[in-house]
Design a protein around this ligand. Structure first.
Ligand code: BGC
Length: 408
């Protein structure tokens, strides 16, 4: 085969990611389910949406072994998934042992296949009881989350080495106030609420970090999954402020409470602020003209800048999510290869990147967009629950197997 070979560091982890509510099915006691159940239209940042129920999703709760066999056959050696808090603690202070044992089996079945588990404790959803108490807006959310984490850490803390407390805190906090409004009646997005949520998530992360280190195995490593954007454009000061606030503020505030950084990269945000442009054109102009099925700009180079920005923390970095919705599977191979090209460049420039998790192992429930967007390496037939390996999954499997990419 012709082309230039770019080798990744020895021991590099290759995998894919999922989250509980998006793939498991059968979860009927978290806040997302409650909103969808009420079938009320919700306004997220001024956009009216109707929430869809995840229902059976991919039935991964029952089919996880089959899915891990597929991941293994695709040469993946790591897998990121999340534990559903609402399953573990369906009522405040009452823990479900069956659910706990389920997740123990999930972790063990990954390890039996020599796939390293990366466990996330909070991926966007909360138990209904927690939500009704005022959830992340209330300071006692920190205690509640801590109690759940302690239960998990005492029981599963020795089973896995890599743990992530919360997924994408800023994104969660910016979605969160309007969604909360949907549950309570009408309420406008409130930036002060979002800041309160972030602040509580920071405290909750720190607490969870201590708990996991106290009760987990001695090699345990704890981090967060951060959704960082590549900001640029003019005036430069806006990009700088946005980068500081969105990409770094959370990490700065948990500085001594993280063993690695999980990076989720999807977005390029270009500022073009000028009095002669319409304000509508101040943000997010796609000059590449290449987009995913979600309309998101494809900007592989951005991951390089975002990784360079993380160098200052001097910590191992795992790309815990990166992927695209591409129903026809036309763009996925190039997307993966191009992002890996820029990741390799960041590694060559001294960023300690140790793994890559494509989002997602399989098509799944994409929150307010329902089941239409197709992010999966595996194509889902939701009627029959059949999984089909997409051509791009085989392309990615070669990369995982050989620990290298080949560029033209
Ligand atoms: C989230 C996933 C989501 C993906 C694609 C990430 O921000 O963690 O839950 O499915 O983006 O939108």
């Amino acid at each position: 085969m012709s082309g230039k070979v770019l080798k990744f560091p020895e021991g590099f982890l290759w995998g894919s990611a999922t989250s509980a509510y998006q793939v498991e099915g059968g979860i009927e006691n978290n806040n997302w389910w409650a909103w969808a159940y009420k079938k009320e239209p919700v306004s997220i940042l001024g956009r009216e949406i109707s929430l869809v129920k995840a229902g059976k999703a991919c039935d991964h709760y029952n089919l996880y072994e089959k899915d891990f066999d597929l991941a293994k056959s695709l040469f993946q050696n790591a897998h990121r998934f999340s534990i559903e808090w609402a399953r573990i603690e369906p009522e405040e202070g009452k823990f479900n042992i069956e659910a706990l044992e389920h997740y123990r089996s999930v972790i063990r079945s990954l390890k039996e296949r020599q796939i390293i588990p990366f466990v996330t404790l909070h991926h966007f959803t909360n138990p209904v009881w927690f939500h009704k108490k005022g959830n992340w807006l209330k300071p006692d959310s920190i205690e509640s989350f801590g109690r759940y984490v302690e239960f998990i850490a005492k029981n599963l803390g020795e089973e896995a080495e890599f743990w992530m407390t919360v997924n994408e805190p800023e994104l969660y906090a910016s979605w969160y106030p309007p969604l909360q409004g949907a549950y309570k009646g009408s309420r406008l997005p409130d930036p002060i609420d979002a800041l309160r949520v972030i602040n509580n998530l920071i405290q909750a992360h720190k607490k969870a970090y201590g708990i996991l280190h106290r009760f987990g195995g001695k090699n345990i490593k704890v981090g967060v999954a951060k959704n960082n954007f590549c900001f640029d454009g003019y005036p430069d000061i806006f990009a700088k402020i946005a980068s500081w606030f969105w990409n770094r503020e959370f990490l700065n505030r948990i500085k001594n409470h993280q063993d690695f950084i999980g990076l989720n990269y999807y977005f390029h945000n270009r500022f073009k602020i000028s009095p002669i442009r319409s304000p509508k054109k101040w943000f997010n102009q796609n000059e590449n003209k290449e987009t995913t099925d979600m309309g998101w700009e494809i900007y592989p180079e951005g991951i390089y800048y975002v990784l360079r920005e993380l160098k200052r923390y001097n910590l191992p970095v795992y790309i815990t999510e990166n992927g695209l919705a591409d129903k026809g599977d036309q763009k996925r191979e190039k997307f993966i290869r191009d992002h890996l090209f820029w990741i390799k460049k960041a590694i060559d420039d001294g960023v300690d990147v140790r793994g890559y998790f494509y989002w997602s192992l399989m098509d799944n429930f994409e929150w307010d967009k329902g089941f239409d967007p197709r992010f999966g390496l595996l194509e889902m037939d939701y009627k029959t629950m059949q999984r089909k390996i997409r051509p791009s999954a085989n392309f990615y499997a070669d990369i995982c197997k050989n620990n290298q990419i080949i560029i033209d």
